[in-house]
Design a protein around this ligand. Structure first.
Ligand SMILES: Nc1nc2c(ncn2[C@@H]2O[C@H](COP(=O)(O)OP(=O)(O)O)[C@@H](O)[C@H]2O)c(=O)[nH]1
Ligand SMILES: [Mg+2]
Length: 389
């Protein structure tokens, strides 16, 4: 005679929600049999599958049930006849579900069912400490609480316990996941013989002109071709003095267009240059007039690629406004500037995760050209967490 056991698999966006479902349906003494993420990758919507069991309260069997009980059920043995010891992602003892009486022998070897509440608090003190430390670091890097919780739970549920020897191991593991998620643009082909005409667009003060100087200096050093700069200046502010300073030093050709009908002539004068960088005026997302002028000027300048320059010091709301306002220009990639000021990309993580524009460069200072860093997945991941070790 066995104690009836009910087994059910619950699915939820997070382990917490799954445990709540189990607790409300099966009560506090439910046993967790298995926990697994059913979608790989932590940056899409993770789904967790938790299989739990509970003993069904015994009541006197009806006549009908007594008759049925006497007939062997083919699946019962397969389902309940063997203790199922589940390998724990936490390295802790795990629950065993099934018949509760000693009809299968080996009572000494059998583990006691572990309740849901026990399972949640069952992590070793060491693992708790490591997870807490890394959680604090991620929160300190400006990541959203929900993301931190999700990743720590995912780490606990999916990683080999051997990974968690120390905080460093957990950081490395998380960095590996993030590397797979972040989108980087392929590096600029500086050796390419074909014409390179790069326009930088973005809000005022984002760092467009400074990045142009860095790119132009890099191109001057790395390529054989002549470098030219076209400054679009509808407000007639005059040639940018910092660019002019570098121009003398580096031998760049330099043209300014203040009106749309001056663009063709300026490009004509830059025809000896096979690397042209187009510096555009800053546009506020709400300034339709400036955005329209920018669109018309880019139609005339015909860049081979357009980079959206976004300061990493902005918050996620502003980032989304910039992205939305400049999406119509079809930027090929994004330059994230002023990392030295923002201290990292943690607060922008969700935006970067959801953005369709890959990152091509990071800038972390005003030095030309040394503070221009080609983006790689590893670098971006590191800046998301600002992990120092
Ligand atoms: N700290 C820091 N300052 C930067 C960086 N890039 C640009 N800047 C500064 O930000 C200010 C605006 O840059 P600018 O290139 O003129 O922006 P633009 O209006 O988009 O052309 C200037 O004072 C730059 O020196 C950077 O990576 N780090
Ligand atoms: Mg500028």
């Amino acid at each position: 005679m066995t104690t009836p056991v009910r087994i059910k698999t619950f699915r939820a966006d997070s382990l917490q929600v799954a445990y709540e479902q189990i607790r409300s349906e099966f009560g506090p003494d439910a046993s967790v049999l298995e926990t697994k993420p059913i979608k790989r990758g932590f940056f899409g919507k993770s789904l967790f599958e938790v299989t739990a069991s509970t003993k069904v309260a015994e009541r006197p069997a009806t006549k009908e049930e007594e008759t049925l009980d006497s007939i062997p059920k083919p699946n019962e043995a397969a389902m309940l006849g063997t203790d199922r010891s589940i390998e724990s992602p936490l390295g802790a003892d795990r629950s065993v579900a099934g018949p509760s009486d000693g009809d299968r022998g080996g009572a000494k070897d059998r583990m006691e069912p572990v309740s849901v509440s026990h399972f949640q608090g069952n992590a070793s003190a060491k693992l708790d400490r490591i997870c807490q430390q890394v959680s604090q670091e991620m929160l300190g890097a400006g990541l959203e609480v929900s993301i931190v919780e999700q990743w720590i739970m995912a780490a606990r549920a999916t990683c080999d316990p051997a990974v968690f020897q120390d905080a460093w191991s957990l950081r490395s593991e998380i960095l590996t996941w993030v590397r797979d998620f972040v989108h980087c643009a392929p590096p600029l082909d500086l050796d390419s013989r074909s014409l390179l005409r790069i326009a930088l667009i973005g809000p005022t003060g984002a760092g467009k002109t400074t990045t142009i100087a860095k790119l132009a200096a890099t191109l001057s050093m790395d390529s054989q071709g002549k470098v030219g700069i076209l400054q679009l200046d509808p407000r007639n502010l005059g040639p940018c003095r910092s660019l002019l300073g570098y121009q003398e030093l580096m031998g760049w050709e330099f043209e300014v267009a203040t009106k749309l009908d001056e663009i063709a002539g300026a490009l004509e004068r830059l025809q000896r240059c096979d690397r042209i960088l187009v510096d555009t005026p800053g546009c506020s997302p709400s300034d339709r007039g400036s955005l329209e002028w920018l669109e018309q000027s880019l139609n005339l300048a015909c860049p081979t690629s357009t980079l959206l320059v976004v300061p990493s010091i902005c918050n996620s709301h502003t980032f989304q406004r910039y992205e939305l306002s400049f999406a119509g220009f079809g930027p090929d990639s994004m330059v994230l500037t002023k990392l030295d000021e923002s201290g990292g990309l943690g607060p922008l993580f969700s935006c970067l995760q959801n953005s369709s524009i890959p990152v091509s460069f990071l800038t972390n200072g005003q030095h030309v050209p040394s503070d221009l860093i080609p983006a790689t997945n590893a670098r971006l991941a590191q800046h998301v967490f600002s992990f120092t070790s």
